[in-house]
Design a protein around this ligand. Structure first.
Ligand code: PEP
Length: 252
């Protein structure tokens, strides 16, 4: 089953609007390699400006979060309508920073994910265990809970409607990448669980990205794993040259 590799940059809260626009321009200068997809996720106030830069390019625009309602008394939230206006086609939900710094629960993340689907925005659901959970041999238990609760009540016509990102919390922004074998094991587990939650055909279509200190030196080995369909990149996506090296990784 062919799954188009997705190289995604999460710019978190690291750029001004001017810097985000500049970064988008620098990335858009290079053509996207055939058979690959690229996405960037600027912070919300930069979505319109970056969306304008990317409009004539194949690079997808993503939000870093999304509300499930289009209008109303939801102070601080981001309406799917505004995301669509900016040209966003994807939205990250359940990033570990949202879970751990802002106490977002699986139930809340599920609402966001279902809201995105209702507006035909592809949710990119992030899941991952902490180091303490890994050391307790609880990795699969944590991933199962995050997947089952995050995807509760969701029915899909196709696996292209959602994306999963496996991001071990201990590997995010720490310079510690999971080994390719560790990542592949977690991805294979997630895919088999997705087969159980949906069906095997849909599970084969769903892209599962790896995230956690991915950089130009580690991307090729990560992408060589059977169940890894792309990367969600934080730090190394903030400089055009390193993100472009990741986008242009060599197939092993
Ligand atoms: C992330 O933000 O999802 C991420 C994986 O960050 P980093 O690449 O910096 O670890």
């Amino acid at each position: 089953m062919e799954r188009t590799p997705l190289l995604a940059g999460n710019w978190k809260m690291f750029t001004t609007v001017a810097e985000a626009t500049e970064l988008a321009r620098a990335i858009a200068v290079e053509p996207v390699p055939p058979g690959r997809q690229v996405m960037v996720a600027p912070s919300a106030p930069a979505l319109n400006a970056v969306g304008a830069v990317l409009r004539a390019t194949p690079i997808a625009l993503s939000a870093q979060n999304i509300c499930w309602e289009e209008r109303g008394a939801f102070t601080g939230e981001i309406s799917p309508l505004l995301l669509k206006e900016a040209g966003a086609t994807m939205a990250i939900v359940g990033h570990s920073e949202r879970r751990h710094l802002f106490a977002e629960s699986n139930a809340l993340i599920n609402k966001r994910l279902r809201g995105a689907l209702r507006f035909e925005i592809i949710p990119l659901l992030c899941i991952g265990e902490t180091m303490a959970e890994r050391e307790d041999n609880a990795t699969e238990e944590v991933l199962e809970k995050q997947l089952r609760q995050g995807l509760a009540g969701v029915t899909l016509k196709s696996g292209h409607q959602i994306i999963i990102a496996y991001e071990p919390v201990w590997a995010i922004g720490t310079g510690r990448t999971a080994s390719a074998a560790q990542a592949q094991k977690a991805h294979a587990f997630c895919r088999s669980l997705l087969g159980d939650i949906f069906d095997k055909g849909i599970a084969q279509q769903i892209r599962i990205l790896y995230g956690g200190s991915v950089n130009p030196a580690t991307i090729a080995e990560i992408m060589a794993q059977a169940d890894i369909d792309g990367a969600l990149v934080g730090g190394a996506a903030l400089k055009a040259d390193s993100f472009l090296s990741i986008i242009h990784y060599k197939t092993l």
